[in-house]
Design a protein around this ligand. Structure first.
Ligand SMILES: [Zn+2]
Length: 116
């Protein structure tokens, strides 16, 4: 089953946060409810990293900032050969790096059409 990304909506002022914060950035509230961010987002900007922390197996690493329709922005790894600013992406849950002997899972973003 596909995992969905969730954001954290402040009960006090309705501001959406991602990732989770201990206190609302706007009203300092501490009560949040989880809301699904959806399965589609838009790439705002990205960068290629060649000097990588140990355990990341993708070189170069593409790191991008995406925006969901509800305005939430998230930072994550990108997958795909033909990455362009403004393109539509979807969050995919999977292994993103190794930390020692441990596999670390998280979301990465990839285009809707996946060239093989
Ligand atoms: Zn708030």
């Amino acid at each position: 089953m596909q995992e969905l990304m969730v954001g954290f909506k402040c009960k006090g002022c309705s501001m959406l946060h991602y990732p989770r914060h201990a206190r609302c950035l706007r009203c300092k509230g501490t009560v949040f409810e989880e809301v699904e961010l959806g399965d589609e987002c838009k790439l705002l900007t990205y960068t290629k990293l060649y000097a990588l922390p140990e355990g990341i197996e993708m070189t170069p690493l593409l790191l991008g900032i995406v925006e969901f329709p509800n305005g939430v922005r998230a930072l994550g790894q990108l997958k795909g050969d033909d990455i362009k600013v403004g393109m539509r992406l979807r969050p995919i849950w999977g292994k993103i790096r190794k930390l020692g002997e441990k596999d670390i899972y998280g979301f990465r973003f990839e285009p809707f059409y996946s060239p093989q």
